[in-house]
Write a protein that binds this ligand. Structure first.
Ligand code: NAD
Length: 244
């Protein structure tokens, strides 16, 4: 029987890397993407292949480029025809006042966090619809629901991702394709290395669970979500230790 396959964007570190390990453990073949660290991604994929006896394909490139995403899906078609699960995880943040944000940075944040989701979904959907089965999981943020000062572009991109999730879930439910978003709170990854010790302590005090979640905790949840019945769809699920 053909093993299930998953594409995880932004898999070289943080949540994406932990998700790759979780899906590998669950017996999935992996398609892994990241923007810069192709060599590290290849060696990580090699370790997962050895440990779990799965197949892997690494596609290094920029998912904010529609042309790159199309090329990546041509490689995917040769590797495994199409993916059963798509995890749209690649993302970047930008901290600063909107009035001081250069237009180019606005474009970069929107294209990396949101347009990439359009592109990957557009390319992944035909296979899923033909199989009458599929899962799309968008890695979102509490800020997409509540907004954050000095992160207006990021909040707008994740808010767009949430609306896209709900709309696409309606479009794809008749084809038995599930679409959900996981709205993360604070996860202990490189994205949050900007906090000094005092800032970190204050933030941890605000979170009812009392700590920044480990990427492995989110990863385990992403894996479990991919295994739930497709009737659970169109949801923005907070994963934030009760923060918001
Ligand atoms: P990270 O910075 O540790 O990793 C980001 C990954 O995305 C890297 O693998 C990087 O190569 C990849 N990436 C960035 N731009 C890319 C591009 N244009 N094309 C391809 N790959 C690209 O970040 P993380 O904390 O693991 O975040 C993963 C996701 O979770 C992001 O979408 C982020 O917005 C979301 N999120 C994170 C937090 C948090 O607190 N860390 C909170 C809420 C949401």
């Amino acid at each position: 029987m053909k093993r299930k396959s998953v594409l995880i964007t932004g898999a070289s570190r943080g949540i994406g890397r932990a998700a790759a390990a979780a899906f590998a453990k669950g017996g999935y073949d992996l398609v892994l993407n990241c923007i810069h660290s192709g060599k590290e991604l290849n060696s990580f994929a090699g370790k997962l292949r050895e440990e779990f006896g799965i197949q892997t394909l690494c596609c290094c490139g920029d998912v904010s480029s529609y042309a790159f995403v199309c090329r990546m899906f041509e490689e995917i078609a040769d590797f495994c025809k199409g993916v059963d699960v798509l995890v749209n995880n690649a993302g970047i943040s930008y901290i600063g006042l909107l009035e001081e944000m250069p237009y180019e940075e606005w474009e970069r944040v929107l294209h990396t966090n949101l347009t990439s989701v359009f592109s990957c979904c557009k390319c992944a959907i035909p296979y899923m619809v033909a199989q009458k089965a599929g899962r799309i999981i968008n890695v979102s943020s509490d800020w997409g629901v509540y907004g954050a000062s000095c992160e207006a572009a990021y909040s707008a991109a994740k808010g767009g991702m949430n609306a896209l999730t709900k709309a696409l879930a309606k479009e794809l439910a008749p084809s038995n394709v599930q679409v959900n978003a996981v709205a993360c709170g604070v996860i202990d990854t490189d994205m949050n290395t900007g906090f000094d010790e005092e800032e970190r302590r204050c933030l941890e005090e605000e979170i009812p669970a009392g700590y920044f979640a480990k990427p492995e905790e989110v990863a385990e949840f992403l894996y479990q979500l991919a295994e739930t019945p497709p009737y659970l769809t169109g949801q923005i699920i907070a994963f934030d230790g009760g923060w918001m």
